[in-house]
Design a protein around this ligand. Sequence first.
Ligand code: ADE
Ligand code: ZN
Length: 330
Amino acid sequence: MKEKGVRELPKVELHLHLEGAAPPAFIRGLAAEKKEDISGIFDEQGGYAWRDFWHFLKVYEAATSVLRSPEDYHRLTLAVLEESAASGVVYGETFLSPDFCGGRDPGAWREYLHAIREAADQAERQMGITLRGIVTCIRHFGPEKARETAICAAETAGDWLVGFGIAGDETVGAPKDFAWSFDCAREAGLRLTAHAGEWGGPESVRAALTDLNPERIGHGVRAIEDLALVDELAERGTVLEVCPGSNVSLGLYRDFRAHPIAELDRRGVKVTISTDDPPFFHTTMAREYQELHRAFDWDEGQFGRIARQSLDAAFCDADTKARIAKLLEG
Ligand code: ADE
Ligand code: ZN
């Protein structure tokens, strides 16, 4: 498959952190406008500089610290969607954090969400890409803050804000500490996803399934270390939001060939393909496709099947799905 051909395949991306997708030049520009020195988070080539997962989270939060108004998020959303559309993404879901958007104040959160949604509507008109939002609480910020986050999410649940989840450091705390937040979001009609099985092993995926009962798992790839769990995921129809380039970049796997996505797929688990935090991991959706083609010889048929599987697992309404399905059919 040619580079150009890969770019043009219509793609569905379910796992993208909005701040994590911020082009470094955009963050540098915003810091300059605000006369803030965050030069320590960039390398000599101008990309984000981090050493390991925990340092990555710190750099992520430092980059995010210059985003301080709804207007900043409006600009960010447009910049991010421009990159996604250039990679052939026709439908995406993005993680949004009231922690960063107004410090979990419900009134401020509404203003941030309004600005993000306006930018998404503009991008849909101008670039033909559709976006929906998923609020995420952040595990290492603790369950108290997660409750406030869930309340923000519940108050703004609807046709655009469609899901709730948890991200952050999976080695801190336990899923059951966040059960109240997940119940609150579920009762408000939000669909659920939880990061697990990235820095935690199969037991972390089991705990998320048991205590939070999400439809989708963010990453989940380390389930491969327990084949009974893999069978269970396949039987339950739990969808994995797999981000191979992120996992390779963070050092979970040596390279794409060593990544378990193809094995999980062969064993009947519903896998999808996403970038997580693309500029941090020097990736794009087009690059993910290219690398998967190289590693596993995945072709247009396989990518088409996974795009359709991703759309089936999307949290948007049926009318939106039907519209996007036509784009996937070509
Ligand atoms: N937040 C942003 N990227 C993340 C990742 N890969 N794992 C957990 N939390 C995150
Ligand atoms: Zn993630």
